[in-house]
Design a protein around this ligand. Structure first.
Ligand code: NAD
Length: 466
């Protein structure tokens, strides 16, 4: 099994060297560990709404200096979840320059130029999902620590390359699954993990629609091509850099319903719909609560989806809008998952012997007996989950702490890979019209279904690879 994985990674590296797209295919750079008095130079790669959110938290940390902002888009007016907030590298440069009262922030279109700069210690990757793995692996080969947005990958095989690169180059890697830094989720996971509500055999998980505004606009749009907008300048090279490893549409078309920022979520060439957008968050908590961070379920079952309904999807926007499925673990634990409309809430409800425990962002509802339970009530032999008192609830500061302290943060690379894997398995089953797929979490292979197994390998296009 190992040799198959190595062969896969080797093929990717060879393809990239031949194409000349990757810049850091050879080399053994190690992640630099700053001393306590050193500043950590950080580059922001991907200047959209999430990039702005993360960047704001990093700039509040006096140890960090945002030195570079990078995006093939200079300035786009039509951007963000409301399609009205300007974004792009030039907008971010103005924001960073204003903050530091300077004009030296580097505004760079091509991330390879950022990675080639030895002054950069760490990168935040806040591009669409289709770019995460390529940029992260190149960054790690260049010795940069990585804060990578969730879902960490577009497909399962990408996670292997990311895990290997982090190990090989001694990188601190934080996946942007910030629920790991939120006390309500940690408390819920500790209660389940320690059996404080008795036996817990199941859970029901509702996943929010991915950004309602984008969703509504997206599904009412047709998929006719438009001229490439002026925010890509020069148009052809920046447009290519935006699409990167995603398979291009005919005649290299710009299709607003897919290619306007945020909308990439709804094409399988670039994203994985709401199953991955929110599944990456909530399945991460499920795995944490079950102690499955380095493993995973053995099957996805009872898959129901509208992914093949022509009233909902087309060949461009091909992701499920409504869906239900079960995540089944080896010990029989079953998590029933559905979209917000089907389940009626966004969050996780654990069904335990002594009652239900519900957790969502800022919400924690538990039976009377446990409602006032505090983490300080944990006993010596209880499982105590990762917490960072210095970073408090800030996932970005937790990453910075981990870099200075030479360790991994709250959500390291393998954890992000395993959570994303569940999203990908559910999407594979849905896309192939399977009622179920069986998964071997040790070998990381789909069992007894060659077609589904073939879909765990991501194909990168346009000469991009590891
Ligand atoms: N943690 C969370 O709660 C959370 C919330 C929202 C989004 N996200 C994640 O953050 C990421 C970004 O989401 P978004 O909604 O901001 O998307 P977006 O499309 O609005 O922004 C992404 C930006 O990346 C840029 N980009 C594309 N190719 C690039 C390249 N080669 N180099 C540099 N920049 C490039 C785009 O031009 C765009 O400005 C996604 O992975 C998403 O899943 C996480």
């Amino acid at each position: 099994m190992k040799s198959t994985r190595k062969e896969f990674l080797g093929m990717g590296a060879l393809a990239a060297i031949c194409s000349g797209c990757g810049t850091f295919n050879i080399g053994k750079a190690r992640g630099r560990r700053p001393t306590p008095s050193d500043t950590l130079n950080l580059a922001i790669i991907g200047c959209g709404p999430m990039g702005r959110g993360n960047m704001g938290s990093f700039m509040k940390d006096p140890r960090v200096r945002v030195t570079h902002v990078c995006d093939p888009i200079g300035e786009s007016k039509r951007h963000g979840y409301n399609a009205r907030t300007p974004h792009g590298r030039d907008v971010f440069k103005r924001q960073v320059d204003d903050f530091y009262k300077t004009d030296v922030t580097k505004s760079i279109a091509d991330f390879r130029e950022v990675l080639a700069d030895p002054s950069v210690d760490a990168v935040q990757i806040s591009t669409g999902d289709y770019w995460h793995a390529i940029i992260a692996v190149d960054a790690m080969k260049a010795g940069k620590h990585v804060y990578c947005q969730k879902p960490m990958t577009l497909g399962i095989s990408e996670g292997w390359a990311m895990i290997d690169a982090a190990k090989e180059h001694g990188i601190t890697f934080q996946v942007g699954s910030q629920q790991r830094s939120a006390p309500e989720f940690r408390k819920a996971a500790e209660i389940i993990r320690n059996g404080l509500l008795g036996e817990c055999r199941s859970c029901t998980i509702g996943l929010c629609y991915a950004h309602n505004d984008a969703l509504k606009q997206n599904y009412t749009r047709d998929c006719t091509p438009s001229p490439v907008p002026d925010c890509f300048n020069p148009k052809s090279s920046m447009w290519d850099l935006y699409q990167g490893p995603a398979e291009h549409w005919e005649n290299n078309a710009y299709i607003p319903a897919i290619h306007d920022p945020v909308c990439w979520r709804w094409s399988s060439r670039t994203g994985n719909g709401s199953i991955a957008d929110w599944g990456a968050h909530h399945f991460d908590i499920l795995q944490w609560a079950l102690g499955m961070d380095h493993s995973g379920p053995v099957a996805i079952e009872n898959v129901k989806t509208d992914i093949h309904d022509p009233a909902v999807t087309n060949r461009y926007l091909d992701q499920a809008k409504t869906y239900e499925f079960d995540i089944v673990y080896g010990n029989g634990f079953r998590a029933h998952v559905g979209d917000l409309g089907t389940i009626g809430y966004n969050g996780l409800k654990f069904h335990c012997e002594k009652g239900d425990l519900f957790v969502s962002r800022g919400k924690f509802e538990a039976p009377e007996a446990i409602r006032n339970w505090k983490e300080s009530d944990l006993k010596g032999s209880d499982v105590r989950l990762y917490a960072n008192d210095h970073a408090k609830t800030c996932h970005e500061i937790d990453f910075v702490d981990a870099i200075y302290e030479g360790r991994q943060p709250a959500c390291p690379v393998e954890v992000g890979h395993r959570s994303a894997t569940i999203c990908h398995l559910a999407n594979i089953a849905a896309r192939l019209g399977r009622k179920s797929v069986r998964w071997d979490p040790k070998a990381e292979r789909v069992v007894g279904d060659a077609e589904a197994n073939g879909m765990i390998f991501v194909k990168h296009h346009n000469g991009w690879g590891f």
